[in-house]
Design a protein around this ligand. Structure first.
Ligand SMILES: NC(=O)c1ccc[n+]([C@@H]2O[C@H](COP(=O)([O-])OP(=O)(O)OC[C@H]3O[C@@H](n4cnc5c(N)ncnc54)[C@H](OP(=O)(O)O)[C@@H]3O)[C@@H](O)[C@H]2O)c1
Length: 333
């Protein structure tokens, strides 16, 4: 390892919050079993909140943010990992409680590491990142209806916030799993992109922003919701008997105004999805499924590659809901 490396550092002193690209000494990275030379990181909603003002997620400053990264092990103090292994880190609270991926190097605990599966590159892993990983968790949650109903197919599926990092991968994964995907978006101009990802239909989200009926027409076998609020409440009211709604996000806010009626008359299930506190075994399973579920050539068309410096100017547009690209961070650019 070089003595110096580049990283974004966020800091808080008195009322002043700062974020800047710095040249750091290797002693900045303290605890951990494994030293990783990072290839790529990405930008998630949580990263954007942290870059803005810490997002109440960082307890100790200064901190290197970046909740995901991929790269190659350069030094290892543990038997199960060796120099040269290509790895992925996501959902381990790096970039919050520990130093994260907006850096050329990271030192991490062995529990945080997943060996990169065959069939994807470190770049492709970060084209997905936590957002794509969560989308696949949601897709499997929705498909679980088939097992609960002893084989009855999950056909009609709704995905909200469809052009977002989670939504776009959910559209692709569910259509690869054989579902008819309807995408809800506030960006109707992106309809052809959503159809390229596999959506059969695209609906303007305005239709779902009205107050929901107690019980709407049962249309969806499953829903992946990334936004919450009235959009989720309408999705709940329109879900068919025994349908599963995988709720993972709050892009439109934290409130949910619904009733018990769809739950007691249709037996629907609201399935909360968290990508952080899950076992390493489940993580390995999800990453191992990515070569089958993701068409990286199609996904790549929506990717914008940025440097650490460029990330600092681009992250606010994610918080404003204005990003039209998935952001991949090349920490060595
Ligand atoms: N539970 C977990 O473990 C987990 C993991 C990852 C992400 N998340 C959460 O999932 C959500 C989505 O993450 P992401 O990475 O996909 O974010 P993102 O890339 O910013 O996408 C969010 C999408 O939601 C839609 N949207 C934005 N503002 C909206 C509003 N006011 N009303 C309705 N729709 C709105 C937009 O899509 P359209 O323009 O297409 O409608 C936007 O592209 C976030 O809340 C994030 O915190 C949770």
């Amino acid at each position: 390892m070089n003595e110096k490396f580049k990283a974004i550092v966020v800091n808080q002193s008195a009322d002043h919050f700062s974020r800047e690209v710095k040249d750091l000494d290797k002693n900045f990275l303290k605890d951990g079993d494994v030293l990783v030379k990072i290839d790529y990181s990405d930008l998630n909603f949580k990263d954007a909140m942290i870059l803005k003002d810490g997002g109440k997620l960082i307890k100790e400053y200064p901190r290197i943010p970046g909740i995901d990264f991929s790269g190659t092990i350069e030094e290892s103090n543990v038997g199960e990992y060796k120099k040269g292994d290509q790895i992925i880190v996501n959902g381990s609270r790096v970039g919050e409680l520990y130093h994260g991926g907006y850096s050329q190097y990271a030192r991490v605990k062995k529990e945080f590491i997943i060996k990169k599966p065959e069939g994807i590159t470190t770049k492709q892993a970060m084209m997905l990142g936590t957002a794509g990983f969560t989308a696949i968790l949601c897709a499997f949650a929705v498909k679980a209806r088939e097992e609960l109903l002893l084989g009855e197919k999950v056909n009609e599926v709704l995905v909200t916030g469809a052009t977002g990092g989670v939504g776009s991968v959910a559209v692709m994964a569910l259509s690869k799993l054989g579902c008819n995907v309807t995408a809800i978006t506030g960006k109707m101009k992106q309809s052809s992109y959503l159809k390229d990802l596999g959506a059969k239909n695209v609906i303007d989200r305005k239709e779902f922003e009205v107050d929901p009926k107690l019980l709407g027409k049962g249309t969806w076998d499953g829903v992946v919701d990334t936004v919450g609020g009235n959009i989720l409440a309408n999705a709940i009211s329109q879900t068919k008997h025994s349908g599963i709604i995988a709720a993972c996000g709050n892009a439109s806010g934290n409130k949910l105004n619904t009733s018990v009626i769809p739950f007691i008359l249709r037996g629907i299930k609201l399935w909360g999805v968290d990508s952080v506190a899950i076992s390493k075994k489940r993580k390995e399973f999800v990453w191992g499924e990515t070569p089958k579920l993701i068409d990286f050539n199609t996904l790549e068309k929506s990717i914008k590659v940025v440097s650490l410096n460029e990330l600092l100017s681009i992250f606010p547009s994610m918080l404003e809901g204005k990003l039209t690209n998935k952001i991949l961070v090349d920490v060595n650019k």
